[in-house]
Design a protein around this ligand. Structure first.
Ligand SMILES: [Fe+2]
Length: 305
């Protein structure tokens, strides 16, 4: 997988067409050199690295643009307010910056959240299914994508330490090889039954009325449960994880950014500390290669296996 990375040049960025969307859907990672993305000020990045990290209470600290609120940190003094202002601005910056490279997605995508990840990934004491050090495809324990594709945009804001990833097979290969072992029903109806669809619709309606948290807590779908099965199976399987011939390592240097479809590219964060991560859901009908989307791989089910 020598061509797993696409370096985005200034010229290509100025005239993107759909080249970057296609590259993402082919399972490649877009990498942006330091200096392309406007970052928070030095003072604000010092604040993130030195003060905010100590206040973490969940796996990540998250800014939710829909409700303009923060989760995952202790509220001490005005730190939450300052963090909210920094991440709100960063969220807007990334919307513009990444949207310019991915114009077809940006017409209908939804920015779900912006994380700050202050904890060293290597050796982190955390539940196995939450452990980023293990290879996985992203699948969310709460909330449903209904086939929309999670696109994640990372920036390493550590001043000296690269963020080391391992990447391995793409979802279509994983599905073919392991869906049965992972317990995914090959005849699964990805859309679910009418009652489940009605429930999702009701939650989406409430979210539009200003209660986005409800959708995160209460929504699920057969497709999302299948993705979760694959995610958990990968993390639970030692022989899968420890096969030394599997995949390749990548190093993302300080202040580089990278974008990846994390439902398709299996990945692990082996080490690194201090990353900003913006998560988008890309609509399936904005995809250039929809047949490669995990939703359609699962929908094809037994025929694909
Ligand atoms: Fe992940």
């Amino acid at each position: 997988m020598t061509n797993s990375i696409v370096d985005v040049t200034a010229d290509a960025y100025a005239n993107p067409g759909d080249q970057f969307e296609r590259a993402l859907e082919e399972g490649r990672i877009l990498r942006f050199q330091p200096g392309m993305l406007p970052l928070p000020t030095e003072e604000d990045m010092d604040f993130l690295r030195e003060e905010v990290g100590a206040l973490i209470t969940l796996k990540n600290i998250s800014y939710h643009p829909d409700g303009d609120y923060i989760t995952g940190m202790k509220k001490v003094g005005d730190t939450e307010q300052r963090l909210r202002a920094i991440l709100r601005k960063y969220s807007d910056t990334v919307n513009g910056f990444l949207g310019a490279a991915l114009p077809h997605y940006a017409r209908s995508w939804h920015q779900q959240k912006v994380n700050f990840r202050p904890v060293q990934e290597k050796g982190r004491k955390i539940k196995r299914h939450s452990n980023n050090e293990l290879l996985h495809v992203d699948a969310f324990p709460a909330g449903a994508t209904h086939g929309r594709r999670p696109l994640r945009f990372f920036t390493n804001i550590n001043q000296t330490e690269p963020r080391i990833w391992r990447i391995a097979e793409q979802f279509d290969e994983l599905y073919k090889a392991y869906a049965k072992e992972a317990g995914i029903d090959p005849n699964l109806s990805v859309r679910g039954n009418p009652a489940e669809r009605a429930w999702s619709g009701a939650l989406a309606g409430l979210a539009k009325l200003g209660l986005p948290q409800l959708q995160v807590i209460g929504d699920t779908s057969p497709y999302d449960r299948a993705m979760r099965q694959m995610h958990n199976w990968m993390k639970d399987n030692d022989s899968f994880q420890k096969d030394p011939s599997r995949g390749e390592e990548l190093a993302f240097q300080p202040f580089e950014s990278w974008a990846v479809m994390t439902d398709a590219v299996s990945h692990a964060a082996l080490s690194g500390q201090h990353a900003l991560v913006a998560t988008y859901y890309v609509e399936l009908d904005a995809c250039r290669l929809p047949e490669r989307a995990p939703y359609n791989v699962v929908a094809r089910g037994a025929q694909a296996a």
